[in-house]
Design a protein around this ligand. Sequence first.
Ligand code: ADE
Length: 214
Amino acid sequence: MQIDVLTLFPAMFTGPLTESILARAQAEKKLTVELHDLRKFGLGKYKQIDDSPYGGGAGMVMRPDVVVDAIEAICKKKKVHRIYFTPRGEKLTQEKVEELAKKKNLLLLCGHYEGVDQRVIDGWIDEEISIGDYVLTGGELPAMVLIDAVARHIPGVLGKEESAHEESFSKSLNRKKEYPHYTRPEEFRGMKVPDVLLSGHHKKIEEWRRKQLS
Ligand code: ADE
């Protein structure tokens, strides 16, 4: 899968993309993430990318000419599913993540200030996504959340131990939250591991785990 990210702050992605499973997925060429600096498409000497809103009011709006130039430059040679992050968007769920993981190319547009001119959304964006009912300073953190969640579903990205099969919100657990986990020691500060997990009785363990789903 290839993910192109259009952002004013590409440096924010260092860390989430350069550590752990996402770093390994990119090294193994299962995932390619290309960061595009929106500022490069800005206008004039100061590379302006935003302007004041028609109708007045506080804040700035990202200009459609700048943003569409950037989108078209990225989407020139390939069919790309285009996502814009906004609290107004559809809430990101595990089902949506699984659906997006099947796409070959994603473009993630990260908004800032008051967001982008509505004409960009109407003409060049396939869907608007929110990661929750709260407001962030921009679309970068939502983009990182989506990349992380989607990458886990690309075949081969997770090792056997990290499998995305029986986990919270997976189809195999009826989209419910996972059962709790325990490891050694058997007793920790007076708190014991549930007896059933030490019983070696696989059917009973299965039953117990199923009952814990919520
Ligand atoms: N941009 C600002 N807040 C956001 C949110 N909650 N989800 C997606 N994009 C956002």
